[in-house]
Design a protein around this ligand. Structure first.
Ligand SMILES: Nc1ccn([C@@H]2O[C@H](COP(=O)(O)O)[C@@H](O)[C@H]2O)c(=O)n1
Ligand SMILES: C[C@@]1(CO)OP(=O)(O)OP(=O)(O)OC[C@H]1O
Length: 156
């Protein structure tokens, strides 16, 4: 049986932090604020995978504010999702995602992100979809207050 999951996350920009998306540090004026490395893309993908596994969300496995999660590399969260899939006797088929950001341009970093996410999830990079769009200068993303990401995943 195939199961589908959906994930969404958003993080606010903060000066003086590195911008990490899909496990890749991208040069930018601001990073994202968070207790973890604030990798909004990995968080959305994690929730999508956990949803497809019929599991609770990221906060169940990595409680918000848990000292053990301070500045955690969010690829570790994806590795945990893979472990949970293994424990359940399920496999991750593919993930697809969209980053919503006015800046920076993220598509130049797409291949690097696919490699990192694929390695963490144990799937080939060809099965990791990453797209990006601006919000046409509307809303909080449009005002460059932060970055949002959404994802879907399929498991079987
Ligand atoms: N942060 C972003 C946003 C967009 N892109 C790329 O630009 C294309 C056009 O975006 P629009 O929102 O103006 O339609 C989009 O399809 C992406 O290829 C990007 O790399 N990073
Ligand atoms: C992984 C966690 C751990 O604090 O990361 P945060 O940086 O707090 O990010 P958020 O997406 O708000 O919630 C997920 C948390 O569980």
């Amino acid at each position: 049986m195939h199961m589908t999951g959906i994930g969404y996350d958003v993080h606010r920009f903060k000066e003086g932090r590195p911008l990490v998306l899909g496990g890749v540090t991208i040069p930018h004026t601001h990073g994202l604020d968070g207790h973890s490395d604030a990798d909004v893309l990995c968080h959305a993908i994690a929730d999508a995978v956990l949803g497809a596994l019929g599991q609770p969300d990221i906060g169940f496995f990595f409680p918000p504010g848990d000292p053990a999660c301070k500045d955690i590399c969010s690829l570790k969260i994806l590795e945990k999702c893979r472990e949970v899939a293994d424990q359940e006797g399920l496999s991750i088929v593919n993930v697809d995602s969209t980053i919503i950001a006015e800046a920076p341009k993220v598509l130049p970093h797409r291949e690097a992100m696919r490699e990192k996410i694929g390695a963490a999830l144990g799937i080939p990079p060809q099965r990791v979809g990453i797209k990006a769009t601006t919000n046409e200068m509307m809303g909080f993303v449009g005002r460059k207050e932060g970055i949002a990401a959404m994802a879907v995943a399929e498991c079987r």
